[in-house]
Design a protein around this ligand. Structure first.
Ligand code: MN
Length: 442
Protein backbone atom coordinates (compact mmCIF):
# COMPACT_ATOMS: atom_id res chain seq x y z
CA UNK A 1 0.00 0.00 0.00
CA UNK A 2 1.03 3.58 -0.58
CA UNK A 3 0.63 6.44 1.89
CA UNK A 4 -2.74 6.80 3.60
CA UNK A 5 -3.73 10.44 3.84
CA UNK A 6 -6.65 11.71 5.85
CA UNK A 7 -8.04 14.57 7.89
CA UNK A 8 -8.75 13.84 11.56
CA UNK A 9 -11.27 15.95 13.45
CA UNK A 10 -13.53 15.47 16.46
CA UNK A 11 -16.06 17.18 18.69
CA UNK A 12 -17.85 19.38 16.16
CA UNK A 13 -20.73 19.64 18.67
CA UNK A 14 -23.10 21.06 16.08
CA UNK A 15 -26.01 22.93 17.69
CA UNK A 16 -24.48 22.88 21.17
CA UNK A 17 -24.83 26.31 22.78
CA UNK A 18 -22.11 28.93 22.84
CA UNK A 19 -21.62 30.54 26.21
CA UNK A 20 -22.30 34.15 25.40
CA UNK A 21 -24.86 36.43 26.95
CA UNK A 22 -25.10 38.48 23.75
CA UNK A 23 -27.68 37.19 21.26
CA UNK A 24 -25.93 38.87 18.35
CA UNK A 25 -22.75 36.95 19.18
CA UNK A 26 -24.49 33.60 19.57
CA UNK A 27 -25.86 33.84 16.04
CA UNK A 28 -22.47 34.93 14.78
CA UNK A 29 -20.78 31.97 16.47
CA UNK A 30 -23.35 29.54 15.04
CA UNK A 31 -22.54 30.91 11.62
CA UNK A 32 -18.78 30.58 12.26
CA UNK A 33 -19.26 26.95 13.26
CA UNK A 34 -20.94 26.19 9.95
CA UNK A 35 -18.13 27.98 8.16
CA UNK A 36 -15.66 25.75 10.01
CA UNK A 37 -17.47 22.64 8.75
CA UNK A 38 -17.40 23.99 5.18
CA UNK A 39 -13.68 24.73 5.58
CA UNK A 40 -13.10 21.24 6.94
CA UNK A 41 -14.60 19.79 3.76
CA UNK A 42 -12.68 22.30 1.62
CA UNK A 43 -9.48 21.21 3.35
CA UNK A 44 -10.12 17.54 2.52
CA UNK A 45 -10.79 18.43 -1.12
CA UNK A 46 -7.77 20.75 -1.40
CA UNK A 47 -5.40 18.22 0.19
CA UNK A 48 -6.93 15.43 -1.92
CA UNK A 49 -6.96 13.14 1.12
CA UNK A 50 -8.42 9.64 0.98
CA UNK A 51 -10.64 10.04 4.02
CA UNK A 52 -12.16 12.27 6.65
CA UNK A 53 -12.19 10.67 10.12
CA UNK A 54 -14.55 12.10 12.75
CA UNK A 55 -13.81 10.82 16.25
CA UNK A 56 -17.22 11.36 17.83
CA UNK A 57 -19.54 14.12 19.06
CA UNK A 58 -20.45 15.47 15.62
CA UNK A 59 -23.52 17.00 17.22
CA UNK A 60 -25.42 17.22 20.48
CA UNK A 61 -28.15 14.66 20.06
CA UNK A 62 -31.01 16.44 21.80
CA UNK A 63 -30.31 19.78 20.12
CA UNK A 64 -29.61 18.89 16.49
CA UNK A 65 -32.06 20.69 14.22
CA UNK A 66 -33.29 19.23 10.94
CA UNK A 67 -31.72 22.18 9.18
CA UNK A 68 -28.27 21.43 10.63
CA UNK A 69 -28.72 17.74 9.88
CA UNK A 70 -29.41 18.56 6.21
CA UNK A 71 -26.42 20.90 6.16
CA UNK A 72 -24.12 18.20 7.53
CA UNK A 73 -25.28 15.55 5.07
CA UNK A 74 -24.89 18.02 2.20
CA UNK A 75 -21.30 18.77 3.27
CA UNK A 76 -20.41 15.07 3.50
CA UNK A 77 -21.87 14.54 0.01
CA UNK A 78 -19.34 17.02 -1.33
CA UNK A 79 -16.68 14.55 -0.15
CA UNK A 80 -18.24 11.21 -1.03
CA UNK A 81 -19.15 12.55 -4.52
CA UNK A 82 -15.43 13.17 -5.04
CA UNK A 83 -14.47 9.65 -3.95
CA UNK A 84 -13.41 10.63 -0.43
CA UNK A 85 -14.38 8.19 2.33
CA UNK A 86 -15.96 9.50 5.54
CA UNK A 87 -15.64 7.47 8.75
CA UNK A 88 -17.47 8.65 11.86
CA UNK A 89 -17.70 6.97 15.25
CA UNK A 90 -20.40 7.63 17.83
CA UNK A 91 -19.45 9.70 20.88
CA UNK A 92 -21.23 10.31 24.17
CA UNK A 93 -23.10 13.33 22.74
CA UNK A 94 -24.22 11.47 19.62
CA UNK A 95 -24.45 7.86 20.82
CA UNK A 96 -25.14 5.07 18.33
CA UNK A 97 -28.01 3.21 20.01
CA UNK A 98 -30.76 1.81 17.76
CA UNK A 99 -33.29 4.49 16.85
CA UNK A 100 -31.04 7.13 18.37
CA UNK A 101 -30.63 10.37 16.47
CA UNK A 102 -27.30 9.32 14.92
CA UNK A 103 -28.80 6.19 13.39
CA UNK A 104 -31.79 8.09 11.92
CA UNK A 105 -29.85 10.68 9.89
CA UNK A 106 -30.05 9.97 6.11
CA UNK A 107 -26.27 9.71 5.64
CA UNK A 108 -24.76 9.31 2.15
CA UNK A 109 -25.15 5.74 0.89
CA UNK A 110 -21.71 5.42 -0.66
CA UNK A 111 -18.33 5.82 1.02
CA UNK A 112 -19.89 6.89 4.32
CA UNK A 113 -19.20 4.62 7.31
CA UNK A 114 -20.88 5.15 10.63
CA UNK A 115 -19.37 3.04 13.41
CA UNK A 116 -22.03 3.03 16.10
CA UNK A 117 -20.58 0.31 18.33
CA UNK A 118 -20.46 -1.71 20.45
CA UNK A 119 -18.18 -4.08 18.45
CA UNK A 120 -15.03 -2.74 16.73
CA UNK A 121 -15.42 -2.63 12.95
CA UNK A 122 -12.97 -2.45 10.05
CA UNK A 123 -13.23 -0.07 7.10
CA UNK A 124 -10.92 -0.50 4.12
CA UNK A 125 -10.27 2.92 2.57
CA UNK A 126 -9.59 2.95 -1.19
CA UNK A 127 -8.18 5.56 -3.54
CA UNK A 128 -10.27 6.75 -6.51
CA UNK A 129 -8.85 3.89 -8.59
CA UNK A 130 -10.27 1.38 -6.10
CA UNK A 131 -6.95 0.25 -4.62
CA UNK A 132 -6.81 -0.07 -0.84
CA UNK A 133 -4.67 2.64 0.85
CA UNK A 134 -5.44 2.17 4.54
CA UNK A 135 -7.41 0.31 7.16
CA UNK A 136 -9.48 2.07 9.79
CA UNK A 137 -10.67 0.33 12.96
CA UNK A 138 -13.26 2.04 15.08
CA UNK A 139 -15.83 1.59 17.78
CA UNK A 140 -18.67 3.82 18.91
CA UNK A 141 -20.54 4.68 22.09
CA UNK A 142 -23.94 2.97 22.20
CA UNK A 143 -25.12 5.20 25.07
CA UNK A 144 -24.48 8.67 26.46
CA UNK A 145 -22.87 7.18 29.55
CA UNK A 146 -20.41 4.64 28.18
CA UNK A 147 -18.25 3.55 31.12
CA UNK A 148 -16.26 0.70 29.57
CA UNK A 149 -12.74 0.73 28.15
CA UNK A 150 -13.38 0.82 24.39
CA UNK A 151 -9.69 0.96 23.44
CA UNK A 152 -8.84 -2.30 25.21
CA UNK A 153 -11.50 -4.02 23.07
CA UNK A 154 -9.70 -3.17 19.80
CA UNK A 155 -8.40 -6.11 17.75
CA UNK A 156 -4.73 -6.85 17.13
CA UNK A 157 -3.89 -5.84 13.58
CA UNK A 158 -1.24 -7.63 11.54
CA UNK A 159 1.04 -6.30 8.81
CA UNK A 160 2.63 -3.06 7.64
CA UNK A 161 -0.30 -1.58 5.74
CA UNK A 162 -1.30 1.76 7.32
CA UNK A 163 -3.65 1.01 10.21
CA UNK A 164 -5.63 3.69 12.03
CA UNK A 165 -7.77 3.41 15.16
CA UNK A 166 -10.61 5.84 15.75
CA UNK A 167 -12.37 6.19 19.09
CA UNK A 168 -14.00 8.72 21.40
CA UNK A 169 -12.44 8.22 24.84
CA UNK A 170 -10.99 9.87 27.91
CA UNK A 171 -7.30 9.05 28.25
CA UNK A 172 -6.20 9.01 31.84
CA UNK A 173 -3.82 11.83 32.75
CA UNK A 174 -4.20 14.04 29.66
CA UNK A 175 -4.29 17.79 29.87
CA UNK A 176 -7.56 19.69 29.63
CA UNK A 177 -8.79 23.04 30.83
CA UNK A 178 -12.18 21.93 32.13
CA UNK A 179 -13.61 18.67 33.42
CA UNK A 180 -14.73 16.35 30.63
CA UNK A 181 -17.35 13.73 31.45
CA UNK A 182 -15.80 10.43 32.50
CA UNK A 183 -16.79 8.44 29.39
CA UNK A 184 -14.96 5.43 27.88
CA UNK A 185 -11.93 5.88 30.13
CA UNK A 186 -8.63 4.26 29.18
CA UNK A 187 -4.94 4.57 29.89
CA UNK A 188 -2.05 5.42 27.58
CA UNK A 189 -0.82 1.81 27.76
CA UNK A 190 -4.03 0.62 26.08
CA UNK A 191 -2.85 2.09 22.74
CA UNK A 192 0.18 -0.17 22.36
CA UNK A 193 0.20 -3.76 21.12
CA UNK A 194 -2.73 -3.43 18.71
CA UNK A 195 -0.53 -3.02 15.61
CA UNK A 196 -2.25 0.33 14.99
CA UNK A 197 0.00 3.13 13.69
CA UNK A 198 -2.16 6.17 14.40
CA UNK A 199 -4.93 6.67 16.94
CA UNK A 200 -7.53 9.29 15.95
CA UNK A 201 -9.06 10.31 19.27
CA UNK A 202 -11.97 12.49 20.29
CA UNK A 203 -13.68 13.78 23.48
CA UNK A 204 -11.02 16.01 25.08
CA UNK A 205 -11.34 19.50 23.55
CA UNK A 206 -7.72 20.54 24.11
CA UNK A 207 -5.60 19.65 21.07
CA UNK A 208 -2.61 17.50 22.00
CA UNK A 209 -0.37 14.62 21.10
CA UNK A 210 -1.20 11.91 23.62
CA UNK A 211 1.49 9.44 22.54
CA UNK A 212 4.25 9.28 19.93
CA UNK A 213 4.74 5.49 19.64
CA UNK A 214 2.22 4.58 18.33
CA UNK A 215 1.06 8.09 17.47
CA UNK A 216 -2.15 9.21 19.22
CA UNK A 217 -3.71 12.67 18.95
CA UNK A 218 -6.66 14.64 20.16
CA UNK A 219 -7.33 17.28 17.46
CA UNK A 220 -9.36 19.38 19.94
CA UNK A 221 -12.84 20.59 19.08
CA UNK A 222 -13.47 22.16 15.69
CA UNK A 223 -14.34 25.56 17.17
CA UNK A 224 -14.04 27.01 20.68
CA UNK A 225 -17.35 27.61 22.49
CA UNK A 226 -16.20 29.59 25.51
CA UNK A 227 -13.12 31.00 27.26
CA UNK A 228 -12.13 27.61 28.66
CA UNK A 229 -11.65 26.50 25.03
CA UNK A 230 -9.16 29.13 23.87
CA UNK A 231 -6.68 29.14 21.01
CA UNK A 232 -6.66 28.14 17.36
CA UNK A 233 -9.12 25.36 16.57
CA UNK A 234 -9.36 23.10 13.54
CA UNK A 235 -8.30 19.67 12.33
CA UNK A 236 -5.22 17.52 11.75
CA UNK A 237 -3.93 16.55 8.32
CA UNK A 238 -2.31 13.13 8.74
CA UNK A 239 -0.34 10.80 6.52
CA UNK A 240 0.62 7.26 7.49
CA UNK A 241 3.10 5.36 5.35
CA UNK A 242 3.30 1.63 4.97
CA UNK A 243 5.20 0.52 8.06
CA UNK A 244 3.68 3.26 10.14
CA UNK A 245 5.77 6.41 9.61
CA UNK A 246 3.38 9.21 10.46
CA UNK A 247 3.20 12.92 9.74
CA UNK A 248 0.71 15.20 11.51
CA UNK A 249 -0.01 18.87 10.75
CA UNK A 250 -2.56 21.07 12.50
CA UNK A 251 -4.71 23.29 10.26
CA UNK A 252 -6.72 26.09 11.92
CA UNK A 253 -10.30 26.31 10.59
CA UNK A 254 -12.35 28.21 13.17
CA UNK A 255 -12.90 31.84 12.21
CA UNK A 256 -13.92 32.83 15.74
CA UNK A 257 -11.42 32.30 18.51
CA UNK A 258 -11.59 32.79 22.28
CA UNK A 259 -8.58 34.16 24.14
CA UNK A 260 -7.86 35.26 27.70
CA UNK A 261 -5.41 38.11 28.07
CA UNK A 262 -3.69 39.14 31.27
CA UNK A 263 -1.78 42.43 30.87
CA UNK A 264 1.32 43.04 32.97
CA UNK A 265 2.85 46.20 34.42
CA UNK A 266 -0.41 47.44 35.93
CA UNK A 267 1.46 49.21 38.73
CA UNK A 268 2.52 51.80 36.12
CA UNK A 269 -0.93 52.33 34.63
CA UNK A 270 -2.48 55.73 35.39
CA UNK A 271 -5.48 55.81 33.05
CA UNK A 272 -7.57 53.80 30.58
CA UNK A 273 -5.39 54.82 27.63
CA UNK A 274 -2.31 53.34 29.30
CA UNK A 275 -4.24 50.25 30.30
CA UNK A 276 -5.43 49.85 26.71
CA UNK A 277 -1.80 49.98 25.60
CA UNK A 278 -0.81 47.33 28.17
CA UNK A 279 -3.56 45.01 26.92
CA UNK A 280 -2.57 45.62 23.29
CA UNK A 281 0.97 44.61 24.16
CA UNK A 282 -0.17 41.41 25.88
CA UNK A 283 -2.48 40.58 22.95
CA UNK A 284 0.17 41.18 20.29
CA UNK A 285 1.91 37.86 20.94
CA UNK A 286 -1.33 35.94 20.37
CA UNK A 287 -2.47 37.94 17.36
CA UNK A 288 0.82 37.45 15.49
CA UNK A 289 1.13 33.68 16.03
CA UNK A 290 1.38 31.54 12.87
CA UNK A 291 -1.95 29.81 13.59
CA UNK A 292 -3.96 33.01 13.11
CA UNK A 293 -6.32 33.03 10.10
CA UNK A 294 -6.55 36.00 7.71
CA UNK A 295 -10.16 36.59 8.72
CA UNK A 296 -9.73 35.70 12.40
CA UNK A 297 -12.41 37.11 14.70
CA UNK A 298 -11.44 37.47 18.33
CA UNK A 299 -13.46 37.09 21.49
CA UNK A 300 -11.22 38.43 24.19
CA UNK A 301 -11.55 38.25 27.95
CA UNK A 302 -9.20 40.64 29.69
CA UNK A 303 -8.36 39.59 33.24
CA UNK A 304 -7.03 42.32 35.49
CA UNK A 305 -5.29 41.47 38.71
CA UNK A 306 -2.64 42.77 41.08
CA UNK A 307 -1.77 46.27 42.20
CA UNK A 308 -2.92 49.12 39.99
CA UNK A 309 -3.19 52.87 40.73
CA UNK A 310 -6.66 52.97 39.10
CA UNK A 311 -7.90 49.79 40.80
CA UNK A 312 -10.78 51.59 42.50
CA UNK A 313 -11.99 53.07 39.21
CA UNK A 314 -11.77 49.66 37.53
CA UNK A 315 -13.86 48.16 40.30
CA UNK A 316 -16.88 49.91 38.71
CA UNK A 317 -18.72 47.93 36.06
CA UNK A 318 -19.36 51.06 34.01
CA UNK A 319 -15.63 51.85 33.77
CA UNK A 320 -14.83 48.27 32.77
CA UNK A 321 -17.55 48.53 30.11
CA UNK A 322 -15.98 51.72 28.78
CA UNK A 323 -12.59 49.99 28.73
CA UNK A 324 -14.09 46.98 26.92
CA UNK A 325 -15.48 49.30 24.19
CA UNK A 326 -12.08 50.96 23.80
CA UNK A 327 -10.35 47.60 23.59
CA UNK A 328 -12.81 46.24 21.06
CA UNK A 329 -11.72 49.04 18.72
CA UNK A 330 -8.03 48.88 19.64
CA UNK A 331 -7.74 45.12 19.19
CA UNK A 332 -10.15 44.92 16.27
CA UNK A 333 -12.01 42.25 18.24
CA UNK A 334 -15.52 40.89 17.72
CA UNK A 335 -16.12 41.29 21.43
CA UNK A 336 -14.14 42.13 24.56
CA UNK A 337 -15.08 41.59 28.18
CA UNK A 338 -13.07 42.94 31.08
CA UNK A 339 -12.96 41.13 34.40
CA UNK A 340 -11.54 42.24 37.72
CA UNK A 341 -9.91 38.98 38.88
CA UNK A 342 -8.18 40.49 41.91
CA UNK A 343 -7.18 44.11 41.43
CA UNK A 344 -5.72 45.78 44.51
CA UNK A 345 -4.74 49.28 45.51
CA UNK A 346 -1.07 50.12 45.11
CA UNK A 347 0.57 49.66 48.51
CA UNK A 348 2.23 52.59 50.17
CA UNK A 349 5.70 51.12 50.28
CA UNK A 350 7.11 54.01 52.31
CA UNK A 351 5.30 53.03 55.51
CA UNK A 352 6.97 49.61 55.49
CA UNK A 353 10.50 50.94 55.24
CA UNK A 354 12.47 50.42 58.45
CA UNK A 355 10.04 47.80 59.78
CA UNK A 356 11.60 44.65 61.25
CA UNK A 357 9.47 42.32 59.11
CA UNK A 358 10.40 40.45 55.96
CA UNK A 359 9.00 43.19 53.74
CA UNK A 360 10.91 45.90 55.61
CA UNK A 361 14.11 43.89 55.21
CA UNK A 362 13.45 43.18 51.54
CA UNK A 363 12.94 46.88 50.89
CA UNK A 364 16.18 47.60 52.69
CA UNK A 365 18.01 45.09 50.49
CA UNK A 366 16.53 46.61 47.35
CA UNK A 367 17.41 50.15 48.48
CA UNK A 368 20.96 49.03 49.36
CA UNK A 369 21.35 47.35 46.02
CA UNK A 370 20.34 50.53 44.22
CA UNK A 371 23.21 52.34 45.99
CA UNK A 372 25.79 49.56 45.65
CA UNK A 373 27.68 50.01 42.41
CA UNK A 374 29.64 46.77 42.83
CA UNK A 375 26.43 44.79 43.20
CA UNK A 376 24.82 46.66 40.29
CA UNK A 377 27.80 45.72 38.13
CA UNK A 378 27.51 42.08 39.15
CA UNK A 379 23.80 42.04 38.38
CA UNK A 380 24.42 43.82 35.09
CA UNK A 381 27.02 41.22 34.22
CA UNK A 382 24.64 38.40 35.02
CA UNK A 383 21.57 39.89 33.41
CA UNK A 384 23.00 41.52 30.34
CA UNK A 385 25.58 39.11 28.97
CA UNK A 386 23.40 38.44 25.98
CA UNK A 387 22.53 42.09 25.40
CA UNK A 388 24.55 44.30 23.10
CA UNK A 389 24.77 46.97 25.78
CA UNK A 390 28.44 47.77 26.35
CA UNK A 391 28.36 51.08 28.20
CA UNK A 392 28.80 50.53 31.95
CA UNK A 393 26.60 53.49 32.89
CA UNK A 394 23.80 52.27 30.64
CA UNK A 395 24.04 48.81 32.14
CA UNK A 396 23.74 50.18 35.67
CA UNK A 397 20.77 52.30 34.67
CA UNK A 398 19.03 49.29 33.12
CA UNK A 399 19.53 47.21 36.26
CA UNK A 400 18.41 50.12 38.47
CA UNK A 401 15.24 50.33 36.44
CA UNK A 402 14.58 46.63 36.96
CA UNK A 403 15.26 46.90 40.67
CA UNK A 404 13.12 49.95 41.21
CA UNK A 405 9.96 47.98 40.31
CA UNK A 406 10.84 45.29 42.80
CA UNK A 407 9.75 47.25 45.87
CA UNK A 408 6.13 47.22 44.73
CA UNK A 409 6.34 43.58 43.77
CA UNK A 410 7.89 42.69 47.14
CA UNK A 411 5.19 44.67 48.92
CA UNK A 412 2.47 42.91 46.92
CA UNK A 413 3.89 39.46 47.57
CA UNK A 414 4.87 39.78 51.20
CA UNK A 415 2.50 42.23 52.72
CA UNK A 416 -0.23 39.86 53.84
CA UNK A 417 1.98 37.67 55.97
CA UNK A 418 4.77 40.13 56.66
CA UNK A 419 2.56 42.80 58.17
CA UNK A 420 1.19 40.38 60.76
CA UNK A 421 4.15 38.13 61.53
CA UNK A 422 7.31 40.11 62.23
CA UNK A 423 10.48 38.12 61.61
CA UNK A 424 12.43 39.46 64.56
CA UNK A 425 15.23 36.95 64.18
CA UNK A 426 15.99 37.91 60.58
CA UNK A 427 18.53 40.58 59.82
CA UNK A 428 19.27 42.22 56.53
CA UNK A 429 22.57 40.31 56.59
CA UNK A 430 20.64 37.02 56.47
CA UNK A 431 18.72 38.20 53.46
CA UNK A 432 21.93 39.47 51.87
CA UNK A 433 23.51 36.02 52.25
CA UNK A 434 21.82 35.12 48.99
CA UNK A 435 23.99 37.65 47.22
CA UNK A 436 27.13 36.69 49.11
CA UNK A 437 26.74 33.02 48.21
CA UNK A 438 26.25 33.72 44.56
CA UNK A 439 29.34 35.91 44.68
CA UNK A 440 31.61 33.13 45.94
CA UNK A 441 30.36 30.61 43.41
CA UNK A 442 30.66 32.89 40.41
MN1 MN B 1 -17.42 13.72 24.22
Amino acid sequence: MATFQFVHCADLHLDSPFHSSVGRLRRHLDDARRTAVVRLVDLCLAERVHALLIAGDMFDEARLTLETEAFLVEQFRRLTDQGITVVAVAGNHDPGRDNGRLSRVPWPKERFHLLRGPEPQEVIVRDDGGSPVGRVYGVGHMTATEGGNLVAAFPSVEGNDPAVGIVHCLVDGVDYAWRHPHRAPCSIDDFTDHGIHYWALGHVHTRQEVLDQPVAHYPGNLIGRHFAEPGAKGALVVSVKSGGETNVTFRPLARTRFERVEPVGLTMVQDLAQLTAAVELAFEGIATSPEVLDDQEWLVRVELKGACPIAEQLGREQVRGELADRLQDALGALDVEVLDTGLTQVRDVAEHRGQADLLGLSLEVIDDALEDSNLLDQLAHGLLTVSEMTDVGAKRRAVRELLSDLDLLAAETLIAEASHTPHDNLTSADVLDVHNNSETTR
